[in-house]
Design a protein. Structure first.
Length: 165
């Protein structure tokens, strides 16, 4: 029989607690969202999607302390892999996404998703433009159609939104 401490990986437990605390704070923020006018209340409330994402993240965070039980090599492999420094491309990706998120109010969600779908693969080294251009157009179009037509959730149009519907 294994000792109880061997079931939980300490550093992952700390990380999971931090992630869960952040989820709790962000969940509270969703309670401050404005109520939707009854005229537009036939679809999901503004807090629904963020809460769905937060619950998904929280469930994954709950599994994090037990990850070593499912990985070949266990704790030793996880700890060895984590001694590597964060690669610069990770920080570049985070910076690019932060810039796009800050620009959503200006460019609108549809154009922002096109920018992300085009710029991130370029940043990561994709140079097959025959693949990249259709992806950067079709994937955001499909996501926008799913949310606006099927789920009746409308994105921030931004200042340029009238050009993109």
């Amino acid at each position: 029989m294994r000792p109880a401490a061997s079931w939980v990986h300490g550093p992952d437990l700390v990380l999971a607690l931090v992630v869960l605390a952040a989820c709790g704070v962000l969940y509270y923020v969703t309670t401050t969202f404005d109520a939707v006018s009854p005229l537009f209340a036939d679809n999901l409330p503004p807090s629904w999607f963020p809460r769905l994402m937060l619950w998904s993240i929280a469930v994954l965070a709950l599994a994090l302390p037990f990850e070593h039980l499912f990985v070949a090599g266990g704790r030793k492999r996880l700890d060895e892999d984590r001694t590597d420094r964060v690669k610069p491309i990770t920080l570049a990706t985070a910076g690019a996404l932060l810039i796009v998120v800050l620009a959503v109010e200006l460019v609108g969600m549809a154009l922002a998703s096109v920018l992300v779908s085009a710029l991130l693969p370029l940043l990561w080294g994709e140079r097959r433009y025959k693949v990249l251009v259709p992806f950067a157009i079709l994937f955001p179009a499909a996501v926008t159609a799913l949310f606006s037509r099927v789920l009746k959730i409308y994105f921030e149009p931004g200042l340029f939104g009238f050009w993109f519907g």
